[in-house]
Design a protein around this ligand. Sequence first.
Ligand code: PA5
Length: 328
Amino acid sequence: MEEMYVEWSRQARSAIEKPVPVRFNRGIRSVIVAGMGGSGIVGDVLSTLSSNYSSLPVITVKNHILPGFASREDLLLVVSYSGNTVETLRVFDSALERNIPMVAVSSGGLLKTRAYEHGIPYIQLPEGLAPRASLPSMLYGVLKLLYENNLLNIPFKIVEESVDFLEEKTGEAMAEAGLIAEWVHRSKGLLVISTHSPLESLGLRGKNEFNENAKIPVKVDVAPEWMHNDIVGYEEPFFKDFTVLEVVDPGDRVGVMLVDFMRTIYGRVTKSFHRLVLEGGSLLDKILYGSMVFGLSSCKLARMRGINPLKTASIQEYKKAAGAIFSA
Ligand code: PA5
């Protein structure tokens, strides 16, 4: 599975080279991104970028319910790598009923079939990847769509440069990933990803990658909100086996100081720390670099544990049951 991450710059490049499937000839109030897991993270990352670059508000929907406020003034992006995720398909169906403008994104499945049946613009993803490993295809496909429709304030040069950056940094990301995997494997405690705003989406991405590829539970702590609740939980925890992976943007002085402060609190219960300093010039570079390190390190950790990173048996078990649950 590691090779899917190593190919990320190629995925991103081919996504931004593809023509966009639709041009909207009117204003859009906000972008709503519906998707679950490895597809849903596209909405989180887009929302981080959009806040940072003052683009349109981005709302993420990671469930089966299209928000009541969604209207014909919004644009709904329905993202499902497989195209068969029941929650995402339900949002698609509700949007059809309510006439919400949409673009569907998948590698195939029912979403593709339904999009064609109903004349919904569609972005085709490459087939044969793990959903979570196809982040660049989904994210850059969507960034290009928004850019070509004047819905993105991020200079496209930043998007293009991030692809070159990813290519250049792949070797470094692999080396960093090896260190993290070995450290987590040695430490064995509950992995805590400790980071700062506005890196919430990256922290979440890290959690999801270690969950799905390495099959371990993970907690995400984000400052400064952490200082207003989680911090107290480290006063009297039931157990002290925490392994803290700090993730910092070195260009964000406040962010680094917040994470330094977090260490003084964790230090009362654990001595196990590793710091990932994000590489890159733009926020997009940094999120992609961190995501690549997480993808590769979680796969390496899986291998060290004799586990197949690609297989997600319990998600498949849930997906088999989900049809019945949602039609109950
Ligand atoms: O990365 C994964 O495999 C999962 O998190 C999936 O993305 C999630 O189960 C949703 O499936 P899909 O991306 O096919 O809609």
